[in-house]
Design a protein around this ligand. Structure first.
Ligand code: SAJ
Length: 424
């Protein structure tokens, strides 16, 4: 087994670190957040796809240790040696521009403890050319070693489906790549101990682009059904019945559903990494990504407008109206608010004068508006002029909502049909 360093202990890095430790590797987890390190050292998980029991088990067995990152001015820990280091740090957008500062900082930190013969693998989603460009340079500058010559360098995109018990780290095929054949053999050998199936590709750029394609095809298809839902509404066609009918074709159709927008740290972000790169390095637009972005980013405002229209149809102004929004998280079953369209819906309704109350059992604290617990929700529904179903958590009692609410704008096709329920 190997000495493994995982840099970035979030929803990708922590499950990977635990899995590597569980199969017998000696894993050091490194993160910028002292709070995360403290929680892990105390045997506590802060990621939905990892349990406290998993953290305790590998910590107690001595296969996992968490430690804080070391800054450029700090002396690296003497035992920060590794055979393979995996970088799984955020790659956000800043004002719609890729921010690779976390990747570069991780590369510079690892470079200071990099030894000849070791492997470095990037998992974070990014545009093609990051691994063999920016990351290779950061590692070479701080280590004095040459990538592909003195150490192996590769890319293996993360494919975590947050909150999914069906698609797991172990059973999702893992793309693996490296800048050299020997590097690929080493990286493939490592991931073969972690996942059921690895798929080798010829270069990090192929793997980087494949990951961007995976999420762009989702983003574009969700944009398509979102725009169709608006057209179907205007034409008096039930978009969900239409989609279900189209799905009966059985082949070459994937089931995408219209919603209030597209959240999470992947789908709304990754395509725009490539869109930025093509504009700046190729002088050409990535039109599908830009159009999907325009449609999907416009959905929260569309929800607000539909709420205004629905209330007006029933003689009520949005100004001062009591509106209940069910769900804040970006998707059901998680408490993650990153890029959440439901949050944008709440802000949009507040901006037009609605008195908004929110309920989200997965988001314990929400300081921006009054909130209700699930228990309180039961007796309060008819207080509201309209209930907006923004995130379809399984905890909500949709039958009771349909029976008790005066009006429902169902953005997720989650509520049973009834006279008071209107589909987005
Ligand atoms: N959504 C829709 N309609 C759909 C599907 C999703 O409106 O038909 C919305 C969701 O409500 C949510 C957003 O899109 O707001 C993203 O949801 P998601 O579950 O598709 O995406 P993530 O970010 O949780 O995880 C995605 C995954 N989905 C796709 O690639 C399609 C997951 O498989 C990836 O591994 C993950 O990104 C990743 O890390 O790339």
């Amino acid at each position: 087994m190997s000495r493994v360093m995982i840099v970035g202990l979030g929803y990708v890095g922590l499950p990977l670190a635990l899995r590597a430790a569980e199969v017998g590797h000696h894993v050091t987890g490194v993160d910028l957040s002292a709070e995360k390190i403290e929680l892990l050292t105390s045997g506590i998980s802060y990621v939905e796809d990892a349990t406290d029991e998993q953290v305790s088990a590998v910590t107690d067995s001595g296969h996992f240790t968490a430690r804080p990152a070391w800054g450029p001015e700090e002396t690296p820990p003497a035992d920060a040696d590794f055979d393979i280091a995996v970088i799984s740090v955020p790659t956000p957008l800043r004002d719609r521009v890729p921010d690779l500062s976390y990747v570069e900082a991780a590369g510079r930190m690892i470079g200071r403890v990099l030894r000849p013969g070791a492997c470095v693998v990037l998992e974070s989603t990014t545009y093609p050319g990051t691994t063999d460009g920016l990351l290779a340079d950061a590692l070479a500058q701080t280590s004095g070693l040459q990538p592909g010559v003195d150490f192996h360098l590769g890319y293996s995109p993360e494919r975590i489906d947050p909150g999914s018990s069906v698609h797991t780290l172990e059973n999702t095929p893992k793309l693996v790549s490296a800048t050299t054949a020997p590097g690929l053999a080493e990286i493939e050998r490592f991931y073969d101990t972690i996942v059921e199936r690895t798929v080798a590709v010829s270069s990090p750029r192929v793997a980087e682009m494949a990951k961007i394609f995976e999420n762009t095809q989702a983003y574009v298809n969700i944009g398509l059904v979102n725009e169709l839902s608006e057209i179907c509404h205007d034409m008096g066609i039930d978009v969900h019945e239409m989609i279900d009918a189209a799905m009966t074709k059985g082949h070459s159709m994937a089931h995408w559903k219209p919603g209030p927008g597209v959240g999470g740290h992947c789908l709304p972000i990754d395509p725009m990494y490539l869109a930025w790169q093509t504009r700046t390095s190729l002088g050409r637009r990535f039109r599908f990504a830009e159009l999907a972005d325009e449609i999907n980013l416009g959905r929260p405002d569309y929800v607000v407008q539909r709420t205004i229209d629905l209330l007006e149809e029933h003689g009520t102004s949005i100004v001062g109206a009591e509106v209940l929004v069910l769900g804040l998280a970006y998707k059901p079953g998680v408490g993650d608010l990153r890029e959440s369209p439901s949050v944008e819906v709440v802000h949009g309704l507040t901006a037009v004068g609605a008195q908004v109350t929110v309920v989200d059992p997965m988001v314990p604290v929400w300081p921006h508006t009054p909130s209700l617990s699930l228990e309180e929700l039961a007796g309060e529904l008819d207080r509201f002029a309209v209930v907006v179903v923004a995130t379809d958590h399984a905890d909500f009692d949709y039958v009771k909502i349909a029976a008790s609410a005066r009006l429902v704008l169902d953005c997720r096709h989650a509520v049973a049909e009834s006279t008071s329920v209107v589909a987005l």
